[in-house]
Design a protein around this ligand. Sequence first.
Ligand code: ADP
Length: 396
Amino acid sequence: MSQVLVVNCGSSSLKFAIMDGSGAAPILEGIADRLGSEHSNITFKFNGQKVEQPLHEHDHKGAVTAIKQWIDDHQDLNIQLVGIGHRVVHGGETFSQSVLIDEKVLQGIEDCSNFAPLHNPAHVKGINEAQALFGDLPHVAVFDTAFHQTMEADQYLYPIPMRLYREHHFRKYGFHGTSYRYISAKLASLNENFGSHNTLIAHLGNGASVCAVRAGLSVDTSMGITPLEGLMMGTRSGSLDPSLLSFISDAEGISMKQALDILNKESGLKGISEISNDCRTIETAQAAGDDRAELALNMFASKAAKHLASVATNLHSVDHLVFTGGIGENSPVLRDKICERLRMMGIRLDQNLNQTCPRGEISQLSSDSSSAKIWVIPTNEELLIAQDTLSLIDKH
Ligand code: ADP
């Protein structure tokens, strides 16, 4: 069967997977970490084994070279790569769907760098290196923002002078689009007439957002021009009064950019709990009686519920509520706290189903009296990237 190498380049890491489009487990997955430092390494996971090795070249090129070498060294696995799928964080208004990468597309990704200065330049680097080493294969870009390009102007515009949108494209873009598209397609496969259904999806991981989906299309989402807007997250504050930025900057004698760093990297669950950004660690502390951990979880749930209720104003009804992402899929505590705050919408969780739903599987958690079906659907962004890559290769 034909396989795709899925690549997700960050500024100092490169995650990868080799998979077909069937939904079967990847043949290989792994991560190259600490790129740019002499301690860079790469981990390969395959056949239930995990092998970690240092990189000879400490950059994205070194990582891609090591992956190619691994494939060459494992001829017995009969890997037949037909293309490479690249996750790209920001596609601006240029990209409303996945595309085959050529010079113009690469330039378009570079042009969106001002909105994603850590990510897009890293993607361009990764694409360049992958093209140099796998040049004969087609490369496809799949954008986190693309799914939300169906939002109407009254949702994506900020209420600021229009010329700032006209001249600089300052608007809400939204992220986690690949995850939302995957979940919508999954729900469509499970529900007849999904085209007429209204859905709320909560993607709750270290980064967290919500999305309202009508007839399979995104009509509103909580993240904005960057992923900082919306819910409280692992280390991000989410939405707050923008004046706070200048107060923090003045009070601490730091630049606006440093103040923004505090909102991106030192806030959220980590800032409030002063324990960790990791939900599991905070839940353990809460169970041991830590008040601050309890406060952090309550705030997280409250913000998630508020944003779900907010994006629901763009729906005619709420037929489905889906939880996904590391927290959404695995935390009965937070699912319960969020659903409890949505009782006014007729949302009713079945406590037993919530506690016992099996890890990694699609489950329904709603009680009989719930107005909406409540689901846990494990997301699989890599699979959608592989499927988009295969389908674009097919078309061309
Ligand atoms: P990312 O945004 O980095 O992709 P993930 O979707 O992997 O994040 O989610 C990571 C979050 O999921 C972490 O906060 C982690 O603690 C949380 N998580 C994972 N498993 C559990 C669990 N069993 N209970 C509670 N939280 C969990």
